[in-house]
Design a protein around this ligand. Sequence first.
Ligand code: ADP
Ligand code: ZN
Length: 603
Amino acid sequence: MDQASSALHTLRHVFGYSAFRGEQAAIVDQVVQGGDALVLMPTGGGKSLCYQIPSLIREGCGIVVSPLIALMQDQVQALRQLGVRAAFLNSSLEAGEAAAVERAFIGDELDLLYVAPERLMTGRFQNLLDNARIGLFAIDEAHCVSQWGHDFRPEYIQLSVLHERFPNIPRIALTATADAATRQEIIERLALHDARVFVSSFDRPNIRYSVVEKDNPRKQLLRFIRANHEGDAGIVYCLSRKKVEETAAWLKSEGIRALPYHAGLDASTRESHQTQFVRGEGIVMTATVAFGMGIDKPDVRFVAHLDLPKSLEAYYQETGRAGRDGLPSNAWMAYGLQDLVLQREMIEQSQAPDEVKRVERRKLDALLGYCEAPACRRQVLLRYFGEDSTPCGNCDMCLTPPETWDASTAAQQALSTIYRSGQRYGAGHLVDILLGRATAKVTERGHQQLSTFGIGKSVSETQWSTLLRQLVAQGMVGINEHGGLLLQDSCRPVLRGEAVFTARKVRESAPSSATTVRKQIEFESDEARALWAALRQCRRRLAEEQNVPAYIIFGDATLQQMLEKRPMSLEAMYELSGVGDRKLDAYGMAFLEVLQDHARRYG
Ligand code: ADP
Ligand code: ZN
């Protein structure tokens, strides 16, 4: 068999997939032939196959360097389910277990061996390497060599030794971190100068992006979950531990299976919540950003932000945890002026050097540019990562273009109120003045005397705060370190009535608007719903028997195909994506019985 057909053969028989995706075929080919590769692919792009298939085809064992213990275990479990001889070596193993793995490795009985970087560099392991047959080295999460990134791992720097000691064994480095500086650093530090570089688009087309005006964020979140994600697994990110706890408790009281996760919980609680999330179905993890690294649960259907993330990079990484399996998923965020004020204050009041603050301000501006995007959000995101694209048709702005209005007069009134009140008050107070509310603060400061007091009664409160936010977003209004609004030079033409100011209308957050996405599965009938439940039940039972996550038995994509195609024989079952030889043997009959039984009952 030639190389290309043996790669396809492995893809079909071991993994149960009929075609390679994107650059996978070229990457596999490069490594099978013994060349080096640097692979930049987004989360969920299908990086693992790029070294797993060459490891199966090449003589000897593929060594995979991976920094995350939890991920190693998951991958090894998943591979064993496919009949691949895989194992891992890390600190979680007992001495006896580790020794057994080492024996298997030297005995040429392994296709893939996952190793933590610190172990790889030990004299003991280097010794093993000299005595084993090695097919390739895969360096996963290769951005960990970057000293400037937040995932820096000193042991990664030493990985260049592999090249010196084993110059003839191919190396493949993989990462989902896109920027050019990190890429260059990986090449330098891992001595990958001769590697072929494969850069995929970083777009995640199955993720639908939307941003809603914060008005009652918890209720908006609940409506969003109820409308789109009943029974789905998701992650809700909040800034503070307290808010995590409160949000989780509240969701629970509303009947959603929510669990909290933050660094303030003790290690065993954190671990238990994480395991429940990964193993279980339909758990909503309410978390600080402490949660997520090393989670590769493929069926996370939504990621929601109740607070602004730190930067667009962070946002892309956090939302990227949704939909790794390629099925429709949501990235949803609720945001308001207050979030912006808070972030500004955090930057201005920090002790960081000016240079750092400048960078942080720029990052916040980029984030704001996303939240206030006048058109396709995906274009804003991709452009930030250096990619050009056309409007996506799968974000709120594309699906429901916002209505606009000529807000020139209103903007003038708002700017003038800022000016007249002394350029130091927050949005809430300014809106009170515009609406003519004689609050204690207004009377205390004598602001009912201002000529703009009560001038804006024809515009609603939310419309006013949206307008103020848009003025900030466009740089006409600044925010001081106490959250007070002040004029910027660029507001002059609008203030003088010489320029038109077009504002977007507030997005109503009702579920009928753009925030609603098609359900992951549209049930046409009770009959389909019943079959879906039965298939999930069968999967759950098999997973529990073996104490593995449900998705390791079959992913949602495969189960959905069973629902659509209704295979009535093992041959038909084998046609489905995700059903390889081993899984057909192990689980084909169990699912076939569910399908046949269902057909009899409803037939
Ligand atoms: P990454 O490591 O890049 O985040 P994974 O390797 O975990 O991505 O792959 C993401 C998902 O896509 C997995 O569920 C995987 O089984 C699936 N997948 C990868 N390649 C293919 C393919 N050629 N055909 C079908 N599914 C694929
Ligand atoms: Zn779009």
